[in-house]
Structure formats: C-alpha cells, structure tokens
Design a protein around this ligand. Sequence first.
Ligand code: SF4
Ligand code: SF4
Length: 340
Amino acid sequence: MRTSTFLRLKLREAAFISKALLSSNHVVLAHIIPMRRCNLACGYCNEYDHTSKPVPLEVMKRRIDKLADLGTSVVTISGGEPMMHPQLDEIIRHIRSHGIIAGLISNGYYFTPDRIKRLNEAGLEYLQISIDNVEPDEVSRKSLRVLDKKLRYLAAHADFHININSVIGGGIKNPEDALTVATRAVELGFSTTVGVIHDEDGLLKPLGEKEKQIFHQVKKLGNKDHARLNWFQDSIAEGQPYEWRCRSGSRYLYICEDGLVHWCSQQRGYPGTPLEDYTMEDFHREYKTEKWCAPTCTIQCVHQVGILDNWRDPQMTPAQIRKEQKKKEKERVGEVLRAE
Ligand code: SF4
Ligand code: SF4
C-alpha cells in the first residue's frame, strides 16, 4: 500500500470515529452480501450455498444508496465469496461515490495481479482474509499453503490495507497454525488479528494452556489498534461471559442477499426488515434493545462498533421496550383526549 493511500485511509478512519463519538444517530458499519454463493464449503460455515445467482448491480446500488441515506460510514462487502460477483468493482465504485469507506472480506482464492490492480482502480480500501490452518483439511481449505502465492501477489500489487485473521479455539486441530499464519502476514507487511471461537457445540469454554499462550503471542504480533479494541477476547479466552452493549440493527447492520436487515450473520431473522423500509424508528428501537446473545458473542467487528457507544445509552430488554412503547402510546392518547 502506498504511503499516500495509507495516510488518506488513516485520516478517513479518524473522521468516521470522531463522527461516531459525536453522534449516535447514524450507521457506522454495514456488511452487505452481493451473493451467497461460495467456491468453498468450510465445515463450520452457515453463510454459503453453491447455487445462488449474483444480486443484480442496480439492486446493489439502490441498497448502497439507502445505506448512504442512513449516514453509513463503512460498507464491507461479504458473502459467500464476493469475488465471484461479476460486477464487484462497480459495487465498490458506487460505495466510494458516496464517500463511504469500502471494505471486502474474501477467502483469497481469486486474487491475481490483474484482479488486484482492478480492485485498486475501483477504490477498494480494506481487505480481510481469514486463514484457518497451514495445511488444508476436511474442515477448511482456507489454508496458508494454498493461499501463500495469493498473499505474495497482494503484497506486490495491492494499494489497499490488508488484514489477515487467524483463529484459535473451537477444536482447531493445530493451535500453532495461528502463529505461523500471523508471522507470515507480518512478514509480508499486512496487519493481523486473531479470532477466538466457541467449541463445536457453540459453548463458551476456556482455551487450553497451550492455546492461551499462542493466543497472547499472536495478539502481540497483531494490529495494535484492533488488540486495544478486542478486550472482550480475553474474557472469551478464559471461558467467561463479557458484558457489553451490542448495537446491531442500528450502528451495525447486516444486509443479506435478499436485502433484509439482520442483527448479524449469526442472528439472521432479527429484525428481518427490508432495508428499503428501514426507518430511524427501527434504528432507535434496535439501538436500545439488549441482545440476549451478547455475553458470549465473538463477532469482532460488532464489538468494535459497540465500543463507540458503550459509555452511553443503557439498553433495555425487548419486554421493557414494549412496556415503554405502550406507556408512550397511552400518554399520546391522553394528550389527544385532553386537547379535544
Ligand atoms: S470461504 Fe467463507 S463463506 Fe465460503 S464456506 Fe468458507 S467460511 Fe463460508
Ligand atoms: S451480540 Fe453478537 S451474535 Fe448477538 S446480535 Fe450482536 S453481534 Fe450478533
């Protein structure tokens, strides 16, 4: 990444963080899915199929326009595998045309020097690739041995920020792989983060001693800004729940391929409202709603967005919110009757 592009991105990041601290009335980060299809089939994943068609460009543009209306600062394109979308570059250009920061999450398989140069031209600013192991196995082929050539292409040609995420916990066979992946990422000039995952049953279990040791080593190697924002991982690594305020459905949105707003990839169906009908009333309701899944949540980006508002505006359970809405409705009816 050129120094001038790096400095411009840092300035843009500083601006969106200041805007988010000054006002809680806009979306900070949205993940948008232009296609559910993926070329891989990771054993733990519930976010892909092998048949769906790309969402048409015009539909994607309308969704991005709506996100711009909601004041969104960052849009990250995710999947499935978004690099399979034939008009990905146009989607990125459209995000940038609104002055929004454009990011991409990919499994890395489709990067060639020419493809990377076209992403530079489209204005991509941020790419994340998750690498699960060193050698491919029956669970995951997002493997360093398979992807190393792609990482070298990226190091040579990309003019956007690249973060490599490794994972630990959840029965990952060789915890040392996370350290090998992170070391290689740093060697190539990328930033690196580590995700702590639940065990196969989705239960919160402390990491073993060896896993913990590696987790702390990888964190030290990694992106200092992210490490500072990922305090919750220390609790999760110890098998402890973490208290925080998840602002999904509000400051963070997950837009599926059907254009519905969900809390996040793992809580699809809540609230499940079409983006085109999403109002600031929905935004404020979700901002105030306490999420039952928050104490054991491991989704890094939503935690990071949550930090911006953790110090203000306590949340309520859905039952408390309904009670408050009824009270307001009664007050409104009372006012109307008194006026008459
Ligand atoms: S590459 Fe990503 S989207 Fe595709 S199956 Fe694996 S985890 Fe799921
Ligand atoms: S707490 Fe985590 S899992 Fe629950 S809605 Fe928020 S981001 Fe999703």
